[in-house]
Design a protein around this ligand. Sequence first.
Ligand code: 13P
Ligand code: SF4
Length: 387
Amino acid sequence: MARIIDAPLTHGESGGCDPRAVHGSWGALNAAAQRGLAYTPAARTKTDALYERVKHVVPAIEWPAYAPLIAAINEMKHEKNAVILAHNYMTSEIFHCVGDFRGDSLQLAREAAATDASIIVQAGVHFMAETSKCLAPEKTVLIPDLRAGCSLAASITGADVRLIKARYPGVPVVTYVNTSAEVKAESDVCCTSSNAAAVVEWAARAWNSERVILLPDEFLAKNVAAQTGIKIIAWHGRCEVHERFSVEDIAEMRAAHPGLVVLAHPECPPDVMAAADFAGSTAALQDYVVEKRPAKVVLLTECSMSDNVAAAAPDVDFIRPCNLCPHMKHITLEGIYDALKYMQHEVTIPEDIRVRAKHAIDAMLALPKERPRAFATGRPEAAVELV
Ligand code: 13P
Ligand code: SF4
C-alpha cells in the first residue's frame, strides 16, 4: 500500500512528501563544506536564476545548501565538455538545476546517441548508464553511485534469457531497457514503457510469430498483452516501486479528492492500470499533465516525478503518494560533483556484449519515432505465459 501524502507544496515549504529529505539539505550542506564549497556571492549570482525553477519545491532556507554544489557542477561540466542526462525520477535540484537533458529512458537513450560531449554523467540508474555506454562507446560514461541499481534489472541474467530462448525457438525476444547489457545482448530488440506495445506489435509482424517473449517485467507484459492482444511469454520481474500501488489506494484517493485524475505508469499491476484514467511512460504522464492541465492529479509512479512536472504545471494540484525508488535516490548532488571531479565511477562493458546489446537497442531506435504511446485504461487483465 502506498503512503498517501496530499499536502500541497507551496513556495517556502516542502509539504509532507519530500524525496530530497532522504538525503536532505543537511546532507548537501555538510557535503558542500567538506568539499570546500560555500554559498558565496559568486555562487549566488550563478544560481539565482536556477532557483526560480525549483522554488515551488525547495524552501528558500535550504537553497544555500544546494547552490554551491550546483554552481561547481555546472562549471565542471563546461570545463570538461560533459553533459548530465537526468531521468524524470531525479530530485528537483538535480533534474532542473544540473540536468542538461531530461526525460524518460527512451529520450535519454536518444540523447546519449546524439550528444557530442566527451563525458556523460548518468543521473539515473545503472542500466541507463549501460544503455548510454552501448550507444556512445567512445565517450566516458559515469554513474555517480554504484548502488543505483533496479529491481527489474536484477531479476534476470543473460543465462536466464538463453534458457528461455532454448525453450521457445523462433519466438522474438523483446527486453525492457530496465535490464543489464548482458541481458540486452541476448535479445532481438529492446523497448521502453514509451514504445512497448509498438515494439511488441512490430516484433510479432517481423518474425511472423503469434507469440512474443517480453522480459523481465511481469506487469508490463500483462499490460502490453491487454493492449495488443498478442500472446506474451513473460518473466516474473517486478518494479519494487510500482508493484506497491493498489486499487484500494486509488479508491481512497478518489474518495478523499472528488474529481481527481489518476495517471499510472505501466509497471503498475493490471488492476491498477484498469482503475486509472490514463497510463503511459513517465514522458507520457508529463505530457498529459502539461497539455490537459487537470485541476487535481495523482501520478502513480516514483515520488520525485510530481515535483518535476509541477515546475511546468504550477496551476495543477498534485496528490502525492510517496513511493520512492531507493536506487534512484542514491544519486545526489555531491555524488555528481565527485563523479565529475574524480572521473568516477566509469561504466564499462565487454566489447562483444556491448556490440550485441547495441544491436537490440538500435533495432528499437530504428522504429518510426512516435509520441510516447498511451496505454488504454479500463481493460480486463490479460493472461500471459509466465516462464
Ligand atoms: P520510463 O521509461 O517511463 O522513464 O521508466 C523508467 C523506470 O525506471 C520506471 O520505473
Ligand atoms: Fe527500477 Fe522501479 Fe526504480 Fe525504475 S522505479 S529504477 S523500474 S526499481
